[in-house]
Ligand binder design. Sequence first.
Ligand code: ARG
Ligand code: GLU
Length: 655
Amino acid sequence: MKKSFLLAALLFAALEPLKADEGMWLPALISQRIGDMQAKGLQLSAEDIYSVNQASLKDAVVLFGRGCTGELVSDEGLLFTNHHCGYGFIQRHSSVEHDYLKDGFWAMNRSQELPNPGLTVRFLERMEDVTAAVLKGYKPAKMNEEQRQALIKKNSDKLKADAVKEGKGLRASVEALYYGNQYFLFVFREYSDVRLVGAPPSSIGKFGGETDNWMWPRHTGDFSIFRIYAGQDNMPAEYSETNVPYRPKKSLKISRAGVKEGDFTFVYGCPGSTQEYIHSEAVRYIQDISDPEKIALRTTRLNLMKKHMDQSQAVRIQYSSKYAGVANAWKKWQGEEKGLRKNKVVPVKQAYEKRFAEWAVGTRYEGITDRLALLYAAYNPIYRSYEYYNETVRAVEKIQMASGRPVAQKDYYRPIDEEIFVAMVSAFDKALDDSYKPESFLRQRAAFASVEAWKDAVFADDALAKELAEGLDAYYTQVLTPQLRELSSAITLTYRDYMQGQMEFESGRDFYPDANLTLRVAYGKVAGYRPVDAVWYNPVSTLRGIIEKDNPDIFDYNIPQVLRDIYARGGFEEQPVCFLATNHTTGGNSGSPVLNAKGELIGINFDRVWEGTMSDLVYDPEICRNISLDVRYLLFVIKEVGNAAYLFDEMNFAD
Ligand code: ARG
Ligand code: GLU
């Protein structure tokens, strides 16, 4: 047994060398990585990156809103994040008279900075391994999973309550890592007076729109600027005119020295979700069923929206944000599906599972990969119907309204919604067996000669819409969700062992926990890539490329006149705009600081390249790249477009 384990491990090591630059590491455990980081160029210590005793880089990074990252760049609370992270807030301040989305916004002094009710930022105070405390009292032989979960909740609640006793604005969470093999306590301080300071026009901040989204070469000036305010004591306080700019423990120095291929970089931020250790059957479901079906459904929906948006400027404005939301995942899934196939992820995982299963004979992990396959065989069809329901009937705004979910009336255009109803209800009905449809759905269907007629009736009669919506809601939340929950908790339970098994099986591999919106460090280097044969992508884009794309007739490429004028003055051809690096990032890393070897700010992360979006499931160092805004373009836009160079006075420049 021992011998075959060694042999398998050796064989494995020979087949799969350590994947360079893969990983999202926990800052508190960064001392385990610091040697590798330093060998690759980092000039900082572990304490510089994360410390609870002294100011460290973590004190300059925040969770911005509910799913983005931001960084502090002055001692007066100034913060950078992405334009697409600030988008909703910029939109809320916009009106026909002051269209800040279209024209940009620049506060010319502190009194012009705009408050944003509901927007919060969270600083990480500390994180610590609380596995022992969370599992205190756990008796594996005597407790089932439900009892274990109840115990974990009780222990975690106590830890959290103790952690937030210490002071103002404290929030705590306990997060499971490695499917519950490890637990970490995170203690944050949350500030809720966060004001808008500046944003470029969308034609810069969203330049390239959906056309360029997830793509390289990229030229998006994807940034916005906010300021955190605090009470006189520098502690969190509700919005008040008497609040003062927050004085951070640490703010980032800004480097204007620039980047070049091969430079060491790291990203400090809050990646949302990855699934790097899942079973081949889960990947197969995503690649063969989930991604293709959702892509097709969204293609239909986007085409319907676009048809109407192309016909009317008013409708285009109404639906631009919804369109962007639908299109973002739609485009990502396409890259992901291709990447999974190209990398043969399913067969590679199957081969891995076979080796694992052989190794596991006689251990407590015996049969575990087969068990997962069986669980997925039960789970996938139910999950598919759930996803289908979400992407079809739940995408109809009329049905959303009928089930009590708010829909902004000013952004509602009924002709689009009617066409979406017909297309999505038909797709749902055709794709799923009748056993996945509630009785009210079947009854209404039978009552009409066509989906068209059904649609007319539902849009004319709120009672009918309500019956349809509530019947579906009830079925999916009360019948299907419990089934899914039961299976998914069995799957998680099995993964807990499988994860541990993988760690023993590959004892030489560096494991990192899947992303879960907690603070992480990813590191790599500035690097181009080869998207297809005979093409090499350079890692740096410039203003010249913006002028090349500029086209007043194409909405996504119509730059503001001021940018044309500046360019015509000459001297800005080489102005850097974006750059690529090998940092392992995902959704949630938007707005994250991209730092150089000295920990100085060189860019702001905002996207990944299309061919590499499968990195949420498997990271390929050849092709996975994060896309960052070059901080020098941000400075250029502040000065030349925003005429707001006064902001430089409070920034700290490294050079
Ligand atoms: N792809 C980036 C991200 O996932 C940028 C999204 C901005 N939205 C858009 N639809 N273009 O967040
Ligand atoms: N744009 C994404 C975000 O909002 C980041 C891109 C990615 O998924 O890596 O977080």
